[in-house]
Design a protein around this ligand. Structure first.
Ligand SMILES: [Zn+2]
Length: 121
């Protein structure tokens, strides 16, 4: 992963605008760590969470494409890989807004990134 100084600065200059290149690329690295860059971060998901995650992601991408707009960056509708990167930015930068608009996604991301804090399902 190579990040320019200017993109590092830009990423953290506004920590709540929902956009953060560092978090985006970090999400791709985590996703890739299991050998497949596919939007399924298997290191962060327990086995029973994998299928619900895939169907929630596909459902959300389909909604985004059908509407042509979303509070989620539309770049995330490109594919599952970009969705995971874009939704990770959203989760860390605007958790309250994500929780309000997409409680299921929020809950799954909370379990991935804060496994001790999240209530067990
Ligand atoms: Zn990307």
């Amino acid at each position: 992963m190579i990040l320019s100084k200017s993109s590092l600065r830009a990423s953290f200059s506004n920590p709540v605008d929902g956009e953060n290149t560092v978090l985006h690329e970090f999400a791709h690295l985590i996703d890739k760590a299991d050998g497949a860059t596919d939007g399924i971060p298997e290191y962060l998901l327990s086995k029973p969470q994998v299928l619900p995650w895939i169907s929630l992601v596909r459902e959300t991408i389909n909604e985004m494409r059908a509407r042509g707009h979303s509070d989620i960056d539309l770049y995330g509708a490109t594919n599952e890989t970009e969705f995971f990167a874009v939704i990770t930015e959203y989760f860390f930068e605007q958790p309250g807004k994500l929780k309000e608009h997409h409680p299921e996604l929020f809950s799954m991301l909370e379990q991935m990134f804060h496994p001790q804090a999240a209530p067990k399902n």
